[in-house]
Design a protein. Sequence first.
Length: 236
Amino acid sequence: MAEAALAVDGATPSHLDDGADPLILGCETFAESFAIWGFLAHDGGPAEASAKDLPWNALGDTASKTALLGVCRNGAVNDLIPLAEAIAARLKARRESIAIAESSTGGLISAALLAVPGASAYFLGGAVAYTRQAKILLLGLDEAALAQFRPATEPHAVLLARGVQARFAAAWGLGETGATGPIGNRYGDPAGHTCLAVAGSVERVITLETGSAERFANMHAFAVAALKLLADAIPQ
């Protein structure tokens, strides 16, 4: 299932198509609506597709949809912002920059950092390097480098972090590589497994195991852990 950005600029819940699922219309803020639209995947159709065209029903029964809505309402998006704000303040004070290479988080880490006003002072760019081809084209990594360490390992996360740091000539690079679920990856790692790395004046790398098979919750948990790792690495 291909993921695509959706054109929702200026939208509010009341502006959604009449065919939208009532649970989407139940969002109480634009941020919640945008988060849900961002989480949904669209099968390669036009960017201007309406809400009723999205594979919302692919989530299954009402309980599954309600669970996703709850992720947004319970702060799964908003609790990323305080972490991003702290990182932004530190980078601005140090006059340093950051670039992001993420995989299973699908851009959520970059989105959090870009949600802070004045992000252009520190955010140079990012890549959702979800495939081997993306890592070669977007990060400038070669086959020899990628052959050293398989995805979803700490050395691979470090490779991504160093690669994006070099690609953007940034002071800091962050790499994420994992399996959000609902099943594990082909290498035998379970859903909820990710490796995160920071490259800069210091380097940090961790492995996170959430123990959950809930894809959306894992995306959020991985992003939170990545931002915390970054905040811990950047000196005050």
